[in-house]
Design a binder for this molecule. Structure first.
Ligand code: AGP
Length: 609
């Protein structure tokens, strides 16, 4: 996600902003910019690329002024470019805005503003904000921001300056982090503590629905209706390294806990229950084309491949189109049977994995239309695919993929619903049932994340073993593959996953007293079958941890431990079940003293074959 820094005080703002943005670089970004105001003049410099490029553009001569805002952009709407970089301005240049989040209703706002004569320069959702402030400004910047916010849907952390009100920054928070830093004769805003930690350790952590007006001597917090809010001062005790992880000990744990927001962002502006519509901006697959599709390939590597295996079950169930899932490094060399009636879905968090990119190119060469699911706007995969669905999970720093995987599943659900609705293989009731359940996932994920003590204990138990098995049926099988990969890649414990019905065909020979077996049993139509496989394990004195839907009391009689997850639509279960699996792996790795964020031998993006 993007980084925001703002300063107002006696010092020169430019070096403070640039230094603050550098301290947010770990979050990942593709462009940067700053705007500085002094009593006479406003300077705005922004560029695609890193802060180094921005500093080259500044040429060492920082604009003078004691008020400013800065931004590092992780692109969501609109590719990385100079013009799409923040800050953004209104028609007059009087109102300057930086934004972190997604404005869901930006298209309708943009059309309305254009009908009112506003001229837009960028492709971004953000640019509607300064034009709305221009529309509402009537002598009070804070009031204008309040009216603007009332029109916005989606998530936003906003910072605004204006030459109409020198010496002031106004800001607001809804679903994207924002803090106010309290200094002596100077004050700050930032999207994250590391940006201002060297200036102050006293901050207000803004909550959703709160706004702030800062000058060099004052910080006033209100709610969105203007009622003052008394904020406790949060004294930051972390050092700079801990602050980068938001206080979490590892990026992986931070990213596991970011999943509720990542789910919300990835669904933002894409599910319209009242109209029973699935809207995919960068997907242009018409009815005739989709009805001509005889086969779908899903091609990826590692965790993305496991997401594709879940996607197979869902897409086949809803669209009745045969789906074949392939590992990219195999697909590209086995002369796949592809023609114009074949669709290929490419999944890649980084969008740069060499084998996956090569599979994309091979597919297009053979005449297939390629739909990409990726987390990085402007990545090679996103540039070369015919259609794209972005997982707006924000930067994923830890090598072990967590929020990218679960948002890939959300993207696959959206694709399945989109295709099924277009070709008429499911009813509106089914669409509403699944889409309604999807909207509940962020809250349900939070429920799991709010009670991790049992997972900590069980993770530590697993850490004492050399071999762990995962078994599942239906959607619980591809999910088990992902659970096993998570455990082995960060704890170095040997872990294998099997279709539960397959155990007795060989692997059961490895089950002996105390061998841990993780058994997700979320697919209730297969429960009895999986239960019999669990009993096969117990008959050999294996140690079984089940992951079950809340309310399933029966499972307790047959296993050693049960981890419960909130009940959702069976097709959506993997999105929740994977969270305990991620945490079991995490706590096992921590107990073994492993380098959780940077496991040995692995890279975040494998750009070599
Ligand atoms: C998963 O935890 C690993 N980091 C790895 O398997 C990863 O999923 C794989 O390399 C694919 O990466 P991509 O999604 O960026 O293409």
């Amino acid at each position: 996600m993007c980084g925001i820094v703002g300063y107002v005080g006696e010092k020169q703002a430019a070096p403070i902003l640039l230094d603050g943005l550098k301290r947010l670089e770990y979050r990942g970004y593709d462009s940067a910019g700053i705007a500085i105001h002094n009593c006479r003049h406003t300077s705005l410099i922004k560029t695609e690329g890193k802060i180094k490029v921005l500093e080259e553009k500044l040429g060492g001569a920082y604009p003078e002024g004691g008020v400013g805002i800065g931004h590092t952009r992780w692109a969501t709407h609109g590719k990385p470019s100079d013009v799409n970089a923040h800050p953004h301005t209104d028609c007059t240049g009087d109102f300057i805005v930086v934004h972190n989040g997604i404005i869901e209703n930006y298209q309708e706002l943009k059309e309305w503003l254009q009908s009112e004569g506003h001229v837009f320069k960028s492709e971004t959702d953000t640019e509607v904000v300064p034009h709305l402030i221009e529309h509402y400004y009537d002598g009070d910047l804070f009031e204008a921001l309040k009216k603007t916010i009332s029109r916005l849907e989606g998530s936003f952390a906003l910072g605004v300056i204006s030459r109409r009100e020198p010496g002031t920054i106004v800001a607001a928070r809804k679903s994207s982090p924002l803090i106010a830093g309290l200094g002596e004769g100077e004050n700050f805003i930032a999207s994250d503590i590391p940006a201002i930690l060297q200036h102050t350790r006293r901050v207000y952590i803004l909550e959703d629905g709160e706004m702030v007006k800062i000058t060099k001597d004052k910080v006033e917090v209100t709610d969105f209706t203007g009622n003052p809010v008394a904020k406790p001062v949060f004294e930051v005790k972390w050092d700079a390294v801990a602050a980068e992880k938001g206080g979490y000990p590892h990026f992986m744990l931070k990213e596991i806990h970011e999943q509720p927001k990542a789910f919300k962002d990835t669904m933002a502006g894409r599910i319209f229950l009242e109209k029973c519509e699935i809207k995919l901006d960068d997907v242009h697959l018409g009815r005739d084309y989709l009805q001509s599709i005889k086969k779908i390939f899903i091609v990826a590597c590692g965790t993305a491949y496991h997401a594709g295996m879940v996607g197979k079950y869902i897409i086949e169930k809803l669209t009745r189109i045969p789906v074949e899932v392939d590992i990219a490094s195999e697909f590209r060399y086995r002369d796949p049977m592809i023609d114009k009636n074949t669709m290929v879905i490419i999944i890649s968090q980084s969008g740069e994995t060499a084998d996956t990119l090569a599979a994309l190119r091979e597919s297009r060469k053979l005449g297939a239309r390629v739909l990409a699911i990726t987390n990085v706007v402007g990545s090679s995969v996103s540039r070369e695919a015919d259609d794209i669905i972005y997982t707006w999970a924000g930067p994923e720093i830890a090598v072990a993929s967590t929020k990218a995987y679960s948002t890939q599943l959300i993207a696959l659900d959206l694709i399945a619903l989109y295709i099924a609705k277009t070709i008429g293989t499911i009813s509106e009731d089914t669409i509403r049932e699944i889409a309604t359940a999807m909207k509940k996932l962020p809250e349900q994920a939070k429920t799991i994340l709010d009670s991790v003590d049992t997972l900590k204990t069980l993770g530590r138990k697993l850490s004492e073993h050399q071999d762990v098995f995962y078994i599942g049926r239906g959607l619980d099988y591809p999910l088990s593959l992902e659970g096993a990969l998570k455990l082995k890649e960060i704890s170095y414990i040997h872990a294998e996953a099997y279709a539960a019905g397959e155990l007795k065909h060989g692997t059961l020979a490895l089950i002996e007293e105390g061998v841990p077996v993780i058994a997700p049993v979320t697919q209730e139509h297969l429960f009895e079958k999986t239960l019999s496989n669990i009993k096969e394990v117990k008959a050999r004195d294996g140690y079984v941890i089940a992951i079950a839907n809340e309310g399933n009391e029966e499972i307790k009689k047959s296993v050693d431990d049960v981890i419960y997850i909130p009940k959702t639509h069976p097709l959506l279960s993997p999105i929740l079940t994977v969270i305990p699996m991620q945490l079991l792996a995490y706590y096992a790795a921590v107990a073994r003293g492993c380098d959780v964020d940077k496991p040995r031998n692995l890279a975040k993006s494998v750009t070599v074959e």
